[in-house]
Design a protein around this ligand. Structure first.
Ligand SMILES: [Zn+2]
Length: 326
């Protein structure tokens, strides 16, 4: 084995996908497997499937000659209680109320288990192994079905009082604007998540009779809006411009507050690449306070779909190191 330290097991519980892998200290994933969550089945069916994925990854790692795992890291959407190891009531997993995931996983695998909000795990993953490696202060925003965020400040993951800090999706960008799932109006997530981009386009199509290539589609997605905008479709361009505008407002505030070295953007919507990042970067560098703007780098995720698994692995390594020092 190339690494001196024992590997760890990383588990990610998403609203659409479950993922598991054994990770070595260099960030390499072994037995990385993803399967649909099928969330309608509820926690009693899903958790055993997640653990079976973990067991499968461990079997593969063992047959590749790796040692047994030292710890487990679990990432999941919030709200959760990272300190007590409980999934309070994750928004993307209806019916998961008070699930003691850390206890369940430590009973299953017989080692210490850490739990983290998935976007915070993503921030740590990019910081240790991805786009913000080697920096001091790095933010991460995941822009997909919803918008999540996480912050590594002076080399330490910011957790907040119970592990729900970094909810960048709920920065207000349009006071009194569109309704958000959190109950407020005008949040970034209500405009720039994949779901909201599609919903704004669908609303705009319904409100006007303006011609648009989006009318030919049965169901509009954020990727359709981005693609139509890049082909000069006027309605799609307005929707896309508002998307980059609200993202720029939120990220400018974040840059002013944290003075980060790097802001990393990940999640499905960032597959649009420079069409998203280009205008956001330009506006943030123009609008942010001078010293912060001069320092910050805006980058796309390096870890892609594996970001939360890698982050959960990084978390497990931290837990194993803490245990070794006690
Ligand atoms: Zn909100």
């Amino acid at each position: 084995m190339a690494q001196g330290r024992q590997p760890v097991l990383a588990l990610d519980i998403g609203g659409t996908k479950l993922a598991a892998a054994v990770m070595t200290e260099d960030g390499a994933l072994h037995g990385y497997t993803v399967e649909p969550t099928r969330r309608e089945e509820g926690p009693d069916a899903i958790i055993p499937r997640l653990f079976a994925l973990g067991r499968g990854a461990m079997d593969e790692a063992r047959s590749a000659g790796l040692d047994d795992i030292a710890a487990v890291g679990v990432s999941c959407g919030g709200p959760l209680d990272a300190t007590r190891g409980i999934l309070t009531n994750p928004l993307h997993l209806p019916g998961w109320i008070g699930v003691p995931i850390v206890d369940l996983a430590s009973r299953e695998f017989g080692v210490a288990v850490a739990l983290e909000n998935d976007a915070s795990a993503g921030a740590l993953g990019e910081y240790r192994y991805g786009a913000s490696q080697g920096e001091h202060t790095a933010l991460y925003l995941t822009i997909s079905t919803g918008i999540g965020g996480g912050a590594v400040i002076d080399g330490r993951l910011h957790r907040g009082a119970a592990g729900n800090g970094g909810e960048f999706g709920h920065i207000m960008v349009r006071p009194g604007g569109r309704e958000c799932l959190c109950g407020r109006r005008g949040c970034l997530e209500a405009y720039a998540s994949g779901t909201s981009i599609a919903a704004r386009a669908t609303d705009a199509l319904a409100r006007s009779s303006e011609s648009s290539s989006l009318r030919d589609l049965e169901r509009v997605t954020a990727a359709d809006v981005s693609s139509a905008a890049s082909h000069g479709d006027e309605l799609a361009t307005r929707i896309w411009d508002e998307t980059t505008d609200v993202l720029s407002i939120a990220i400018t505030d974040l840059v002013n507050v944290f003075e980060p070295d790097t802001v990393v953007l990940g999640g499905g919507v960032t597959r649009s690449g420079e069409a998203l990042l280009g205008p956001v970067r330009e506006a943030v560098l123009r609008e942010a306070m001078r010293p912060a703007a001069a320092k910050v780098n805006l980058a796309l995720t390096v870890l892609g779909d594996a970001v939360c698994v890698v982050g959960a692995g990084a978390l497990a390594f931290d837990l194993a190191a803490e245990a070794a020092h006690v």
